[in-house]
Structure formats: structure tokens, C-alpha cells
Design a protein around this ligand. Structure first.
Ligand code: ACO
Length: 327
């Protein structure tokens, strides 16, 4: 094949994850709030979540996940081109989590920045990384989602505090020249509707020590919008690539709620074994949820090289989007 038939793409060459040591079961939550394992499990599919210890910050967890992704791909930190971190819970307003992770990894050549898109942070980050790689600006980008929602949860609000957990996931994207039917990020589609900002938000900045910021959510309204907006975003990804749901090997959805995941899976007509679910173990880890789920399914051998994988997420903003990747 001549070089002209090849195109520069962003290939997913490694993933990594970090979960805090402390596991908090639904039964453990009943000691803290008026709830039950049945209520949480029936409505959300969540059985447990991880909560970070004081040292397990967004930087600490993100660096651990990023280090693992680099190791999986066999790329030295010194060779990395950029770091993008999706987070709503940075350690500091600045320096960014990305730059603190750059220091922790010794990724001296990499530039980096944080990206605020709530639970869509990983897909937004993937989209930016893909564009930068296709444009020839960088050859490798570490896209990380790292979140410590336990620090912004209102434990007086049982309707929200049982839904979230902490953790970090990372994916390394590297430039490669591949044929049109080869591997890589095939497309990303991003959306936002700021007029719906009041149905899911954090009521301040995390740096305000005299007024701790808390997550506020109208769960019914989020649920009402989630399935239709997500189904629209995945259909958009399929249409743009001339594919149908039957072509998809795995759906790796944002892990907010099993009922939302099932709703999108049903709309696509995908059997449950082709939908990756980790919400039972991790709860909703916001921007970290997709890379954590992707990493879990790659390391347990379900997602193999060559697989066509569809990602989707929706989060505060509202923000939402989809990405199609061939491994
Ligand atoms: N334990 C026990 N009872 C509870 C709890 C709890 N943790 N939380 C609320 N309840 C009670 C309420 O007080 C209410 O009682 P009442 O009828 O006596 O007043 C009852 O349960 C029903 O409350 P609703 O809030 O109406 O419960 P709903 O059936 O809507 O379920 C839920 C709530 C699970 C949040 C649902 O709305 C949902 O799944 N929404 C999607 C939101 C979501 O997943 N957000 C994640 C972040 S966004 C994202 O990442 C996409």
C-alpha cells in the first residue's frame, strides 16, 4: 500500500486505573445516611464505591493511573507530548492537576491543562487530544479523568451522596499512520446545553474554604434528559461512520446509573454482554468512569485489539458526547 492511502490517527495504546483503598459498601452508607442497600441497588445498580483518603488527591490518583497507562504502552514519561485531565475536583485552582501530574511522572517535555466538563470530561479530553494529534501538534497525549467527589458530596442529601465515588482512569493516545479501516479514534461528537445548568451543579468553587462546595442535583430531570440525549449522541457517531449498532463490539458508557446504561443499550439493541458495566463496583466517578470501565474490560480480556468500541457520557452543564474508537 502506498503512503498516500495512510492517514494520521490517534491510537489508544495503553490504559491505567487507580481506585482508593477504602471501599464503602451500601451497608456502610447506612451508618452515615438514612438509606438502604435495596434502595440504592434497585434504583442505580450501585453496590459499593471507593472513597479517597486525605493523600489520595486528584493529582495522586491521576498520576498513578497515568503512570500505568504509559507503562502499558511502553512509552517513557520523558517522551510524552501532552497531558489533559478531566476533573471537577482539582487539588488547586492552579497549578492545574495536569501540570502537577506532569511533575509527578517526570514527563518533562509534556504540556498540560485541566478541562472542566463534569462527567463528560473524558470524552471532551479525548476529542481535544484526537484533534491535536490529527493536526500534527503532538505525537502522544495522556487523557486522564481523576475525581474525588467524596469531598464535594452533601452527606445531608441522601438523594445524591449515595451515587458517587472516587477514582482515576487514564488512556494514552499516540499518533500512527494507518489505513482508513485501521485502528484509532474514528470520531468524537460533543454537545452542551447551558440552559440546563441548574439540574446538576456544584454550588461554588472547591477552593472556598469558608463555604464548602457541594454537588446539587435534580435526579429526575437528569434522568429525563439522559437517555434521549445519549441515544442521540451514539446514533450521531454511528451515522457519521456509516455504521449500525450491529457493528459495535462494545459500548463503554459513562457509569452513572444502571438504568440509564440499560436504557441506552436497549435503544441501540445491544445485548447486555456487549455493554461494559462497572457502576456496581465504582458508583459514579464522573470524568474517571469511562477510562476506569475501559481499563477494566481491556485488562479482563473482553475488549481485544481490533474491537470497535463506542463511548458515551452526559454530565453537569449539561455536557454530553460520544466517541468511536477501533482498538
Ligand atoms: N435512600 C432511601 N430513600 C431515598 C434516597 C436514598 N438514598 N434518596 C431519595 N430517597 C427517597 C426520597 O426521599 C423519596 O421519598 P418520598 O417519596 O417519601 O419523598 C423517594 O426516595 C423517591 O425519591 P426520588 O428522588 O424521586 O427518587 P427517584 O426514583 O427519582 O430516584 C435517582 C433517584 C436514583 C437519583 C434517579 O432520579 C436517577 O437515577 N437519576 C439520574 C441521576 C443520575 O444518575 N445522576 C448522576 C449524575 S449525572 C450523570 O452522571 C449522568
Amino acid at each position: 500500500m502506498s503512503d498516500a492511502a495512510l492517514q494520521r490517527r490517534a491510537l489508544l495504546t495503553g490504559t491505567g486505573a487507580y481506585l482508593p483503598e477504602q471501599i464503602v459498601s451500601n451497608a456502610d452508607m447506612t451508618a452515615r445516611v438514612d438509606t438502604s442497600d435495596e434502595w440504592i441497588a434497585e434504583r442505580t445498580g450501585i453496590k459499593q464505591r471507593h472513597f479517597a483518603a486525605p493523600h489520595e488527591s486528584a493529582t495522586f490518583m491521576g498520576a498513578a493511573a497515568g503512570r500505568a497507562a504509559l507503562a502499558a504502552a511502553g512509552l517513557a514519561p520523558e517522551a510524552l507530548g501532552a497531558i489533559i485531565v478531566g476533573t471537577s475536583t482539582p487539588d488547586n485552582a492552579f497549578p492545574s492537576t495536569a501540570v502537577q501530574i506532569q511533575a509527578a511522572l517526570g514527563a518533562k517535555k509534556a504540556f498540560g491543562f485541566d478541562l472542566s466538563a463534569a462527567c463528560s470530561g473524558f470524552i471532551y479530553g479525548l476529542s481535544v487530544a484526537d484533534a491535536m494529534i490529527r493536526a500534527g501538534q503532538v505525537d502522544s497525549v495522556l487523557v486522564i479523568g481523576s475525581e474525588v467527589y467524596s469531598r464535594i458530596l452533601n452527606f445531608a442529601d441522601r438523594g445524591t451522596c449515595v451515587l458517587f465515588g472516587d477514582g482515576a482512569g487514564a488512556a494514552l493516545l499516540q499518533a500512527r499512520d494507518v489505513p482508513a479501516d485501521g485502528a484509532g479514534v474514528l470520531s468524537t461528537h460533543l454537545h452542551a446545553d447551558g440552559t440546563l445548568g441548574d439540574i446538576l451543579y456544584v454550588d461554588g468553587a472547591t477552593g472556598l474554604r469558608d463555604k464548602p462546595a457541594h454537588l446539587v442535583m435534580n435526579g429526575r430531570e437528569v434522568f429525563r434528559h439522559a437517555v434521549s440525549l445519549l441515544a442521540g449522541a451514539v446514533t450521531e457517531a454511528l451515522t457519521a461512520n456509516g455504521l449500525t449498532a450491529a457493528d459495535i463490539d462494545f459500548l463503554v458508557p459513562h457509569q452513572a446509573n444502571k438504568r440509564i446504561i440499560d436504557g441506552v443499550g436497549k435503544k441501540l439493541g445491544l445485548p447486555p454482554e456487549r455493554v461494559i458495566v462497572t457502576v456496581d463496583r465504582h458508583a459514579n466517578t464522573s470524568a474517571a468512569s469511562i477510562p476506569l470501565a475501559l481499563h477494566a474490560a481491556i485488562t479482563d480480556g473482553r475488549i481485544k485489539p481490533g474491537a470497535l468500541v463506542l463511548l458515551e457520557a452526559l454530565g453537569g452543564g449539561l455536557t454530553w458526547g460520544s466517541a468511536l474508537i477501533r482498538l
